[in-house]
Design a protein around this ligand. Sequence first.
Ligand code: AAT
Length: 285
Amino acid sequence: IKKGYFSEKNDLWPGQCFSLEVKEVLHHEKSDFQDIVVLKTKNHGRALILDGIIQCTEHDEFAYQEMISFLPLCAHENPLKVLIVGGGDGGVAREVSKHPNVREIVQVEIDKKVIDVSKQYLPFMSLGFSSPKLALKICDGFEYMRKHKNEFDVIITDSSDPIGPAVNLFTTSYFQLLKEALKPNGIVCSQAGTVWSQLAHVQDTLTNCRRHFGTVKYAVASVPTYPTGQIGFVIGALESNANLDVPKFKFSEEEVDTLRLRYYNEKLHTASFVLPNFAKKILDT
Ligand code: AAT
């Protein structure tokens, strides 16, 4: 990557790519798991790129981190213990620690280098790691799930796309392990890609989740620097007919201000489950 434009080319979104104008390459290294780049961009602040795919940019990361965190947390009656799989930039830990009921957060990230790089270059994300509620583990999320049963109220999989180290985190067996790691009334939420260029992949992930969970839905968020400007989440509850789209916990207007919620609100929670017809047709059971 040089000065000029960084272009996010990948077969997951064939024939198109999003580009960011680069002011400076702040960091570039190869870890044991992936290629890690931090850019200073012209208009989007700093950006973290793993294996050529944009993980977050400073200016719009809040949309993704808030939605992947508060959709499952607020759909749950009382989320005391939360597991985050992935999320090496710290953004999801930052958001989860804002929920007043959460007492304990465990985070499992495979690549320590992503954490180190985020601490050095993305302090607005990595501040999540300083939460006193957080216990951070460096290991593969899939392996971790094998050893933990009946332990968590909410599990958030903030994973990279299904290539490289994250490939197992979208499979049926992963959702089975998630189910076993949950306490009764538990809820899971996973990064699940966009309906515009990956509808079949979104459908597969939903199908894999539906094999093990009683209620499974897909919710959308608008993130301009993710492919097609849209990303979605697969949300599953153990119980059937769970009302995932009606938040059980509501932030007061004061909390929205003091906790700096810039995207998530109660109406948006419900609205994010409403899908356009072409996607609804494929993704609803
Ligand atoms: N917070 C938004 C950014 C991400 S980060 C995805 C994280 O998942 C990375 O830190 C990566 O190292 C970690 N990861 C990948 N595989 C595993 C695994 N098997 N176990 C634990 N952690 C893992 C998501 C960006 C979404 C991009 C959408 N196009």
